[in-house]
Design a binder for this molecule. Structure first.
Ligand code: TRP
Length: 452
């Protein structure tokens, strides 16, 4: 068990805050017009993210095992359908898939720490930054090297166990991460582009909202809060019984959102101060940011700080991606934790090689449609498995468990709040997520019929 509920908040926040906040949130905000998208995202976090996170935590704390065995135990105890076990299995698989490419992208951040430290970007032009990124992507050996460094670090921390490894890692990384963000924010305020960056993120241009941007906002809410695969459920199993689920979940969601917004507020002023493009896509952080830092006084130092921050955030997220599988394998086979950790690491590392090659040797090899190996794994895990897992988790909490169990976990007796909870978790959240899942299929059908 975690030594206190504060540690649970740190661990879950460490899981939630990652590449999703610092790399993805700013670039998709940039691509989707800024302010209006931010509002949609906040709506999704509140309506869908918070209730589903509460469901994950309460299921985990009720079962007190790994997600697979927790669901198994609760099914047996409450005589519900054995179909729910799929939540655990699919989650474990999704964790492997996500970690395999997450480690590759995190490796990019590690690579950029070194690049900025040795001054490669001092006085760099946009062309130079683009070429630097492209030539890095074209070099599978360098990418594999950094992917390996990230994976070894993750497995090392994970292998040392929950109390020793996770707690110390999170105790140090989370506060450092927040301090580094404050430093960067301070720099953004004095950089000259703050007003424009702020305006971009918070002025509402409704004309830029499309059905697709609503879906992207929903998907982002899922990914950024680590929902749908049992990561938060696995952490919930270690949560003290007397801590309030509602309070801690709201705290985590607020923290996660604050970090995402702060990352945006740190990045966009730099973008605008240097006349760069906010909508340039996934390269926003890896091309624009080193370029911007390269043009600033003390830029190398700030750049190293920035990419160190990203790497710390990524490692605490990666740890949580292994936890459902790890906890299950240790429970089920009574295996040594470090052995299981190394096995999980090796499997994800091998899968990750496919992602590395997707950016160079296999960049023209498509698994399905126009999806490369990496694109395919990313699509299946993020756009199908996580939302489906989220729907099942919500429905399991609403209909697979007796109201009394849920009520006592949440500290809700019969009354308006209990009813509100039931409506949100049993109807609003799953229906909203199902729309996310089904809408792309409609798009494909419409396109097929020539109507899209
Ligand atoms: N939330 C993390 C991020 O924003 C990524 C992550 C960690 C995750 N654990 C997860 C995503 C579990 C989905 C499911 O980068």
């Amino acid at each position: 068990m975690w030594s206190s509920s504060w540690i649970f908040v740190l661990a879950a926040a460490g899981s939630a805050v990652g590449l999703g906040n610092i790399w993805k949130f700013p670039y998709i905000t940039g691509e989707n017009g800024g302010g209006a998208f931010v509002l949609l995202y906040l709506g999704c976090v509140t309506l869908v993210g918070i209730p589903i996170m509460m469901a994950e935590v309460l299921i985990g704390r009720e079962g007190r095992y790994s997600p697979i065995n927790t669901v198994r135990a609760l099914i047996q105890q409450h005589k519900s359908s054995s179909m729910w076990v799929i939540i655990g299995w699919m989650g474990m698989l999704a964790g492997f898939l996500i970690l395999s490419y997450y480690a590759v992208i995190a490796g990019w951040a590690l690579h950029y720490i070194v690049q900025l430290a040795n001054g490669s970007f001092d006085g760099a032009t946009a062309e130079f930054a683009n070429d630097a990124f492209d030539s890095f992507l074209a070099d599978p050996w360098r990418m594999v090297f950094w992917q390996t460094v990230f994976m070894v670090a993750t497995i090392f921390i994970v292998a040392r166990g929950v109390t020793k490894g996770l707690e110390t890692a999170i105790r140090w990384f989370m506060p450092m991460l927040l301090i580094l963000l404050v430093v960067l924010l301070g720099y953004g305020v004095t950089s000259g582009g703050f007003e424009q960056g702020f305006d971009f993120m918070f002025s509402f241009h409704w004309e830029s909202v499309t059905a697709e941007s609503v879906l992207i906002a929903m998907g982002q809410a899922f990914f950024t809060l680590s929902l749908g695969m049992g990561a938060i459920m696995a952490y919930g199993a270690y949560m003290p019984s007397n801590a309030s689920i509602t309070k801690t979940v709201v705290t985590i969601a607020v923290l996660d959102t604050v970090v995402a917004i702060a990352a945006g507020l740190a990045i966009f002023p730099i973008v605008f101060a240097n006349g760069l493009e906010p909508s340039q896509g996934p390269g926003l952080m890896f091309v624009t940011i080193p370029l911007a830092f390269g043009q600033m006084p003390l830029g190398a130092l700030f750049g190293v700080v920035f990419f160190t921050l990203v790497s710390f955030a990524a490692i605490t997220s990666a740890i949580s991606l292994t936890e459902p599988a790890l906890a299950y394998l240790v429970e089920e086979y009574n295996a040594k934790r470090w052995r299981v950790a190394v096995s999980v690491g090796v499997i994800c590392w091998v899968l990750g090689i496919g992602t590395v090659l997707s950016f160079n040797l296999w960049s023209e090899t498509y698994v399905v449609g126009e999806l490369t190996f990496c694109g395919f794994i990313d699509y299946v895990s993020q756009n199908i498995m996580l939302p489906l897992g989220g729907v099942l988790i919500a429905l399991f909490a609403a209909y697979g468990l007796p109201n009394t169990v849920v009520g006592s976990q949440l500290g809700l007796r019969e009354g308006p709040f209990a009813l509100l909870w039931k409506v949100v978790i049993g109807f609003i959240a799953p229906v909203a997520v199902l729309i996310v899942l089904i809408a792309p299929i409609f798009d494909v059908v419409l396109e097929f019929l020539g109507l899209g």
